[in-house]
Design a protein around this ligand. Sequence first.
Ligand code: GLY
Length: 417
Amino acid sequence: MRSSDTPRSSAVRESSDAREPSRARGSSGARKAHDVLVVGGGVIGLVTAWRAARRGLRTAVVDPEPGGGAARVAAGMLAAVTELHYGEETLLGLNLASAARYPAFVAELEEATGLDVGYRACGTLAVALDADDRAHLRELHALQTRCGLASEWLSGRECRRLEPMLAPGVRGGLRVDGDHQVDPRRLAAALVVACERAGVVFHRALAERLTVRGDRARGAVLAGGEELEAGQTVLAAGSLSGRFAGVPDEVLPPVRPVKGQVLRLRVPAAYAPFLSRTVRAVVRGSHVYLVPRENGELVVGATSEELGWDTTVTAGGVYELLRDAHELVPGITELPLTETLAGLRPGSPDNAPLLGPTALPGLHLATGHYRNGVLLTPVTGDALAEALTTGALPDEARPFTPRRFSPAPPVRQEQPA
Ligand code: GLY
């Protein structure tokens, strides 16, 4: 385990700062105290820390490998419109708010770090391969239209005119020019640098459990026994948030892992442009998408498997993704396969995130983003920064309070007089 608070740049503040609000002595004897401790250094934890630090809060992140997590696997589609589902209209509002913030968010992050995060305003084409798929897509189109979203129905021929590598059998599709992409690995790397430059302290270690004293969250204990004290703690540990030790049952987030296997291929220069936008479909009930990056990477995803903590890449998973992607775009079998990986989406009971204060004073959640973690990164950072500084969520994030899953308070029995 590396020393957790070794300054990695001159901008990193040391926790022995004279402004320390309070202090705790861990088994190592070291004293660490922060205004905000973020448990989890994936894109959600990092954006929370960056935004909190920019508001003047002394912030730390605890994670053995900041910049890892589900975003290392994710394709990075910003698919508010093409991933719309019945019953998720409230989530749609948050997704659209975050998608709208992306250009300014990326500009700010790139300005702060000098790093390119691979944001590409390329649009998306969702296509149908048979009559069932076409019926499904027609229903999606009707829902999108009812929700006032921009989405245009195209014939198969029109789809192929846009994307000549599509299979001749494509029956029709939806052109959604507002669903873009970002490279989640670059996004995570940039957020690490942005955090460092904003003075966030990184504790590169495993957080073992939440500390609760006097009915209040007080920080976390690391695997080596060291204690980090904080005025406010944010649990942003993705699917692991649902089993973080020390969190009282009433506020433990109902988050579960949902496995996604993803492939990466490379489009040789001679084949470019292979696809000009994200292409996706539902094939035999499973979602498949192909996300072409400007640097020649082509990401193909994703399985959706309820297998607990398993992250094995299986022959069956790879086979099904390649089979379905090949039905959409037959030419992909010519491309070099460069990587196979599986990650865990943090699923929640309503597929929406849990954001902001919990019923336990001092404990906030930023987890449960399920299929939308990368998309929801900007709005999550803003919402948590607001909650950490004012105690209240901004309007757009209020429906996603963790309290919606808290058990109802006990009904008082009227006592006879
Ligand atoms: N949003 C894409 C996925 O979760 O696979």
